[in-house]
Design a protein around this ligand. Structure first.
Ligand code: OGA
Ligand code: MN
Length: 283
């Protein structure tokens, strides 16, 4: 097994292993590399759904997504991200992750890690970016760190309540009320969270899901969020991944935010299988 860093800030590719067939010792090394690099890219994996699910289960209990329409027909735990259409209908979610976020931060128990497997990739577009939230926290001024200490942010799935994101046409169609129905209750989390395995502090907010700061007046909270959101998207905190066919990526949502960059031209297909592992309550 060879581990090659993909950038100065996060990410490593793991060469020479089959994730469907790892002994305990090798898995421990993979897990260590996951904590160190936050995103791992395994090349050339052969992963039918049951093998992807089995590998994900080694990291913890699997979770299901609230958007049930993206579920793989044969495998509950697999979600399909795809711009493929059958009989005029998308067979998976075509636009998941189109604004910076950390998975399921709008729930009480957000995602530990997400695993995405590239079954079909376009020639152009479809990249994924991750930004390092340890780095974002560490580079704040001492004064800002003190200011954030003890603050909590409100997270929601509901795009209609978040002026920082667009409401795609398909959701405008189902309307505000229906959308509010499928959105779970808001979650409130510390603005700076402590990673339960490394003990390091990470900035924990995002454009997509965070709508306010509990302890501050509206205007002051929004101004602080604007400042932190600009900070967390600095290019030198970010690694951009151009997918190769049969890449499996796994990333740590407790210390990263990520973005689906889009830009796949009409007629090209991006088709991924996704599994998420349940984390614990941020503190
Ligand atoms: C996700 C996600 C980004 C992408 O699966 O949680 O945000 O590039 N995906 O598909
Ligand atoms: Mn995501």
């Amino acid at each position: 097994m060879q581990i090659n860093p993909l950038s100065d800030v996060l990410g490593a590719e793991v060469i020479g292993i089959d994730v469907g067939n790892l002994d305990e010792v090798t898995f421990d090394k993979v897990h260590e590399a996951f904590l160190e690099h936050h995103v791992l890219v395994f090349r050339d994996q052969n992963l039918p759904p049951e093998r992807q699910v089995a590998f994900a289960q080694r990291f913890g209990e699997l979770d299901v997504h609230i958007q049930k329409d993206n579920k793989h027909s044969g495998h509950e735990a697999i979600q399909v991200l795809s711009n493929k259409k059958v009989n005029g209908e998308y067979i998976g979610s075509p636009s998941a992750g189109d604004a910076w976020h950390s998975d399921l931060s709008y729930t009480d128990i957000p995602t530990l890690c997400t695993m995405l497997y590239a079954m079909e990739i376009p020639e152009v577009g479809g990249d994924t970016e991750w930004s390092n939230m340890y780095r974002a926290y560490d580079t704040l001024s001492e004064e800002m760190k003190q200011r954030l200490d003890g603050l909590h942010a409100r997270h929601t799935f509901n795009r209609f309540r978040n002026p920082r994101v667009e409401v795609p046409e398909i959701y405008k169609g189902i309307g505000k009320e229906r959308y509010a129905d499928i959105a779970p209750p808001d979650a409130v989390h510390p603005l700076v969270r402590t990673h339960p395995e490394t003990g390091r502090k990470a900035l924990y907010l995002s454009e997509r899901f965070t709508i306010g700061i509990e302890e501050l007046e509206e205007e002051e909270g929004q101004a602080l969020m604007d400042e932190l959101i600009a900070h967390q998207k600095q290019r030198d905190f970010i690694y951009r991944h151009k997918w190769s066919l049969h890449d499996l990526t796994i990333w740590d949502n407790r210390c990263l935010i990520h973005l689906a960059c889009g830009g796949v031209p009409e007629g090209q297909i991006r088709h991924m299988h996704r599994v998420i592992v349940r984390g614990d309550k941020p503190y």
